[in-house]
Design a protein around this ligand. Structure first.
Ligand code: DX5
Ligand code: ZN
Length: 219
């Protein structure tokens, strides 16, 4: 099973964004993780379409876009236009999740659904077969640099069981507080994709930190 490292640009230096994008291009990272926050679904605002479009002009890897916004349906085709490859919405923000997921796929993107730390895996039972990815939040969304919630391991195991039982091909991604201290255990319980923001960008040598994370999860 492939393992993907997805550095989160939320922790990049926005004054030197092109430099940080090139660093990721030339590293062992697999995806660009792009956090969109609207100040309504989460208590923070990050960035929107013009910035994502600018990122796409330089980024040479998969664009993994994580929407922490209400009403994502309004913007699905816009996110496709600015370069999203994977588009993940929050379960808690989508009353008509089935329709939202189908729209994302019809636009030609991979569809992901994210769960907040308190949302049980069981809510995905009737949608799991339609998903390309499930993003389990291992912190409360809104900010980088928070500590990892230990209950995440249990949720990953439950999700893994649901995926096997249903025959779904969904990848499991974990986001928040990922470091070299928990990435191996996460990988062992079944995580495929690992988002890391502060741990990468606050380190002395982000390229080496990414390589180290990748080596810890790749056989
Ligand atoms: C949090 C975001 C994360 C964040 C992770 O709401 O979804 O992607 O950037 O940051 P770290 O790795 O610093 O916890
Ligand atoms: Zn994220």
């Amino acid at each position: 099973m492939n393992k993907y490292i997805a550095p989160s640009l939320l922790a990049a230096d926005f004054g030197n964004l092109q430099r940080d994008i090139e660093m990721i291009n030339n590293s062992k990272a697999d995806w660009f993780h792009i956090d969109v926050m609207d100040g309504v679904f989460v208590p923070n605002i990050s960035f929107g379409m013009p910035v994502i479009k600018a990122i796409k002009e330089h980024a040479k890897k998969t664009m993994d876009v994580h929407l922490m916004i209400v009403n994502p349906d309004k913007f699905i085709s816009d996110f496709k236009k600015v370069g999203a490859d994977i588009l993940t919405v929050h379960y808690e923000a989508c009353p008509h999740l089935h329709r939202t997921v189908q729209t994302i796929k019809a636009e030609g993107m991979k569809a992901g659904v994210s769960l907040n730390p308190h949302t049980p895996i069981a809510v995905l039972e009737d949608i799991i077969e339609d998903l390309d990815l499930v993003l389990i939040m291992s912190v409360n969304p809104g900010f980088g640099g928070q500590s990892f919630i230990e209950n995440t391991y249990k949720k990953v195991q439950q999700l893994q069981a649901l995926i096997e039982f249903s025959g779904s091909k969904a990848l499991i991604e974990v986001d928040g507080g990922v470091t070299d201290q928990n990435i191996e255990q996460l990988s062992e319980v079944g995580v495929n994709a690992f988002v890391a923001g502060s741990f990468v960008f606050k380190s002395e040598n982000p390229t080496n930190t990414i390589a180290n994370l990748k080596d810890l999860v790749s056989p």
